[in-house]
Design a protein around this ligand. Structure first.
Ligand code: OXD
Ligand code: MN
Length: 649
């Protein structure tokens, strides 16, 4: 702890956008004077490695916080930050549980803002494919370095005035694992610090491991210097008009302004682990994916690991923590959102979960849909935008049968004595932020530095019509095509409205760090290296609806029946047959023993020719319009192959 000494402007650093922003706005003497007046209220700048210290000083010079707090990640630090947040009215305790807290945001800051999320590279085509003339691209947003420079100049200088800047050294992946990567996030939100402590490994041990090595530069501000012109809504400062979430791959840099929520502010998650992560992965020959990882053991004790990509809010967390309905089966969780995967020296694909917590969508989670998540969140959890009960508990849609009927519910919007029928009690994108280690079914290898060996990759989405319960790719290339052609009903995790079937290739549409055409080439290149055991690729759909508009498949723990078939296919069991779209289960190959719901298996595997002809057309239109000349020939061939097979159906 101590005062920052006046230091010279660190000219030896690579020039970051922010540094340019600072230079554009202040004279050297002025910024040095600012630095000299700063208090370091926690930690010791002199003990930081030069690269970290330079980054912190640079950010302090630009953002001009009134104090700097270098996070050590300790319990004591966490407790005092939570107390401070409580005092400021940002969070309140949920007294029914141990160390659980509720934050309510400004209703204008409730989700990721895809339209304000940008990647800035000198060449646009490095970031996004060029859409067909007259078509608006939907595969990411690019901003020119010049425009981004102006946007940052307009926002960051002085943005932390009156606030404390917290310095969070964090590791994505177990500290010290060769598959892990380190970042340093500077933020003016203590809520973000408390959440990052759950979602990542953070603090002194990360600094010790990093030494003077390189790290991802992550700067975040709620964008409301003090005093604020208007008091914050719900004590949640944010600046929605000026929100921007920017990635500068050249500098390994993230700059996020104006939002305190989830993926916009917990910069290790989507910004680092997926967007910048996918670029690093391409350059280093591995894969950074929006996938859960689970281990599944059959009654004979044979264990396999699978990674599965579903768009946001399609039940990834539920699947990752499933209680299988079939006797003798066991599912164990490695991760629920992100997988970093690379082939090892023996040619096996190994995956780690770079996160340390779950930032799960609360509504729909219940003792019946995900009892393991419900057990996980009963301590040390930060809830955001859920409803509260008069006995100090949490409540959200889906918990109707699990709440004390005598308790009164206050909605996330503060409506007391809330009753069902009007606005939802919890925001549809309300979240729990909870430590993974508390989940009762974490896999024994979930923090293994080598990662777990992946046998199967599963793609999926919410498809009310035409898409069968499960099918398998004919080979790797066909599997890559299946990922590219993924579509799903839209979700509450982002700012989209209404239920439309959206293309969401690899469930990565909001998270690609670079041109999707190049991303496909990268995936295709995985089979070009010798001696690789390529995992088999599957597509699942738990959400097909019948003519009565009801789900045809019971889902949840019953999904183990599909995983069982997948495991048998991985063992090359003869339980599949070719169809136009891929390999589907032979009649009676899905184990339905003990299933109480009656399921029309013929209907759930029915492949309507008109539907698939239309699907081929939609995919063709999407590829032509959105990926255009960047579409690899192989993916084009795969689509033509599907079209020809569908013709013969
Ligand atoms: C998430 C998302 O929060 O995908 O995980 O939006
Ligand atoms: Mn996600």
């Amino acid at each position: 702890m101590g005062r920052i000494e006046t230091t010279s402007v660190p000219e030896q650093l690579p020039v970051t956008f922010l540094k340019q922003a600072r230079l554009a706005h202040s004279t050297k003497t002025a910024v040095e004077a600012n630095l000299a007046s700063l208090n370091v209220i926690h930690g010791d700048m002199d003990k930081l490695a030069p690269k970290v210290r330079n980054y912190v000083e640079e950010n302090a010079m630009i953002c001009q916080p009134s104090a700097i707090h270098i996070c050590d990640g300790s319990e004591t630090e966490n407790t005092s930050l939570l107390k401070m947040l409580e005092k400021e009215g940002v969070i309140k305790p949920l007294s029914k549980y141990e160390n659980c807290w509720l934050a309510k945001t400004d209703p204008a800051d409730v989700a990721r803002v895809e339209s304000k999320t940008f990647i800035s590279t000198p060449k646009k085509r490095d970031t996004i494919p060029t859409p067909k003339d007259g078509v608006k691209g939907t595969l990411g947003n690019w901003m020119s370095p010049e425009k981004l420079q102006n946007s940052l100049n307009d926002r960051f200088p002085g943005c932390m005035k009156g606030r404390t800047m917290y310095v969070i050294p964090f590791s994505m992946g177990p500290v010290g694992s060769p598959l892990s990567k380190i970042g340093v996030q500077c933020t003016d939100s203590a809520y973000v610090v408390a959440s990052m402590r759950v979602m990542t490994r953070m603090g002194q041990k990360v600094l010790d491991t990093l030494g003077n090595g390189d790290f991802i530069n992550a700067l975040h501000s709620v964008g409301q210097p003090l005093p604020m012109a208007k008091p914050p809504v719900n004590n949640w400062p944010c600046n929605p008009e000026k929100t921007i979430v920017a990635h500068i791959p050249e500098n390994n840099e993230i700059c996020s302004f104006g939002s305190g929520y989830g993926g916009n502010s917990l910069l290790g998650k989507k910004c680092f682990a997926l967007r910048l992560g996918s670029i690093i992965a391409r350059d280093e020959g591995w894969l950074a994916e929006h996938m859960l990882i689970l281990g599944i053991t059959n009654p004979q004790g044979q264990k396999k690991y699978v990674a599965a990509a579903f768009p946001s809010a399609c039940g990834k967390t539920n699947l990752a923590m499933m209680n299988p309905s079939l006797p003798g089966w066991k599912v164990e969780c490695v991760g629920d959102d992100i997988a970093w995967m690379r082939f090892d020296d023996e040619g096996r694909l190994r995956a780690i979960n770079p996160e340390a917590g779950f930032f799960g969508v609360a509504p729909g989670t219940s003792d019946s849909t995900n009892p393991n998540a419900m057990k996980t969140v009963r301590s040390n959890t930060i809830f955001t935008n859920v409803a509260e009960t008069s006995d100090g508990g949490f409540f959200w849609e889906g918990m109707e049968n699990e709440v004390d009927p005598n308790s009164k519910i206050t909605s996330w919007l503060g409506e007391e004595n809330w009753k069902a029928g009007g606005k939802p009690a919890a925001h549809p994108n309300s979240r729990f932020c909870t430590p993974a280690a508390q989940c009762p079914i974490m896999d024994p290898l979930w923090e293994d530095a080598k990662g777990v060996p992946i046998d199967a990759i599963i793609f999926g989405g919410r498809r009310p019509k035409g898409v069968p319960l499960v099918y398998e790719a004919f080979n790797w290339r066909h599997g890559v095509f299946m990922g590219a052609a993924m579509r799903s009903e839209s979700t509450a995790a982002a700012e989209h409205k209404g239920k439309v079937i959206m293309h969401d290739p690899f469930a990565m549409r909001p998270f690609f760090g670079y041109n999707f055409g190049d991303y496909l080439k990268h995936w295709l290149s995985m089979e070009q290296k010798p001696n690789r055991h390529l995992p088999k690729i599957f597509h699942v759909n738990w959400f097909r609806k019948g003519d009565d508009n009801k789900f045809m498949w019971p889902g949840f723990g019953e999904n183990v029946r599909v995983l069982d078939w997948i495991c048998r296919r991985v063992n090359n069991d003869d339980c599949g047959k070719d169809s136009a779209i891929g390999i589907i289960p032979k009649t009676d190959a899905i184990n339905l023993d003990g299933l109480t719901d009656s399921v029309d298996m013929d209907a759930i595997f029915n492949l309507p020719k008109d539907f698939w002809q239309q699907e081929v057309k939609e995919i063709r239109k999407y590829f032509d319009e959105q990926v255009n000349v960047d579409l690899p020939d192989e993916i084009d061939n795969q689509l033509n192959g599907l079209r020809e097979r569908v013709k013969k159906m």
